[in-house]
Each structure stands twice: as structure tokens, then as C-alpha cells.
Design a protein around this ligand. Sequence first.
Ligand SMILES: Nc1ncnc2c1ncn2[C@@H]1O[C@H](COP(=O)(O)OP(=O)(O)OP(=O)(O)O)[C@@H](O)[C@H]1O
Length: 260
Amino acid sequence: MSLLELKNVTKCFGGIVAVKDLSFSLNDGEIVGLIGPNGAGKTTVFNLITGVYKVTEGIILFEGKDINKCDPVSIVRGGIARTFQNIRLFNKLSVMENIKTVLFREANYNFTQVLMKTPKVVKMERHLTERSMEYLKVVGLEQYANFRADSLPYGLQRKLEIARALALKPKLLLLDEPAAGMNPEESLALVDLIRYIKEQYNLTIILIEHHMDVVMELCPRIIVINFGELLIDGSKEKVQSDERVLKAYLGEEYANVAGN
Ligand SMILES: Nc1ncnc2c1ncn2[C@@H]1O[C@H](COP(=O)(O)OP(=O)(O)OP(=O)(O)O)[C@@H](O)[C@H]1O
């Protein structure tokens, strides 16, 4: 059974067909790139998988269960986490507090206990701090734990989003342009980080990215969409040598670099 399956999914916004009759599935443990030109429908696909939008037609199955009617919170609880193209952190909170906001859902104390600062609360607080620090260490942000989230450069904010998504303990992680705003050196480090978290947390990952070097490094399989429709779903070698993809998405320049 596939971990995730989209069956003939269509999403319309009024007269705009953002996603059209799209079908693909992800197997457990895969890392797959989702690429296509601006406006192709990639983020809409993520918004459909995470319940932000409801499909107009079609079905989305996660672990064999239809998640079309689930709200975003239940979908997160079910094991799907994401990062956003436009970073969505709690800017005024510290880096560590951004992780704690996720971990608090595990805390089993009430408001009065918090006000009284009971031993149970103090113990749980310490535990959450340690856990938050573990996630920050994974992405290399431990030294920024007490910085305000919006004081970090973009590249580090993206890593914080990844750490926060990991704290949700997902099975499936959706990364929306994680390398946006990063220089080549940072992108390379990001590739290593994504590989590491995939293995460490046993994740299945689908990745939207315009940095083709990142996609080619990370993803043995790539799904290309254009005008909301599937153009090609195959190995990176197949995608790299597909003429339509080369011309439309990767450009002649990349084709030459790739030696095709
Ligand atoms: N909430 C919305 N209301 C109306 N139209 C929308 C909405 N969300 C997306 N669209 C439209 O759907 C199409 C697909 O947009 P989407 O953001 O999914 O593309 P994308 O492939 O992620 O683009 P990019 O690479 O630029 O982020 C676009 O024409 C967009 O304008």
C-alpha cells in the first residue's frame, strides 16, 4: 500500500483550474521532487494534501484512509507535516519557543497548574526545553535558542521551520522550497540535512524546489506538473532527458551541464 495516493485530483478556484486530474502515489521511505514552472499548481497540491483546501474532484488517501474531509489539525495529528514557501514562524517568539508551541500539545497540565507553577509543571517545562533543544541541535540552531525567530537570517528561519515540522513527528514531510533564499553553500548543507533527517526520523519526503541542483541531488524520482496537470513522473534520469522538461523547466543550459 502507498503511504500517500492522489487519485484524479482536481482543484478549481472559480474559473481557474489549479490542479487537473492529477494522480500519483508515494511509497514509504521515498524522497520525491515536485517541480514545475511558477503557477503550475505545486503549492496547491501541498495545500490539498494538508487539508488547507478541499479537492473539487478526486480522492486523497493517506495510509489507505480518505483524508479529503479531514481538517488540517487532524491531518497533522495523522502524520503529515509541512514547511511553507513563505516562512510562517511565530516571529516574536524565541527560536526555542517556536518548537515548544508544537511540543505543548503533549503537555498534560492545566491553566491553574501553570499559574501555580506546580512541580509537575516545572518538570514538564524542563522536559519540553530539553526536547526542543534536541530538535534545534538536529538542524544546527542550538546556539540561537533564545534569539527572536525573526532575527535569524532567512536560511536559518527555514531550518527552524524544518525543526518545528519534525517536532510534530510526521511520517510524511512536505517541504515547500526549503532552499529559497539560500546561497549555493547553504543549499549544499541543506541537502545533507534533509538526507540526515530522512534517515534519522524514517521519513517519506516530497519536496517542491526551484533549485534544480538540490532536487537532482536529493530526489531519485521527480514528478513534473504543468498547468496543474501531470507532465511526467519518473526517475531523475528520465526527467532530465525529457525534452519537454528540459526546455520548459530546466533550460538548455542545464541540459548541457547534465551532458544530455
Ligand atoms: N487561493 C487561491 N485562489 C485563487 N487562485 C489560486 C489560489 N491558490 C492558487 N491559485 C492559483 O492556482 C494556480 C496554481 O498556483 P500555485 O501557487 O499552486 O502554483 P505553484 O506551482 O506553487 O507556483 P510557484 O512556483 O510560483 O509557487 C495559480 O494560477 C494561482 O494563481
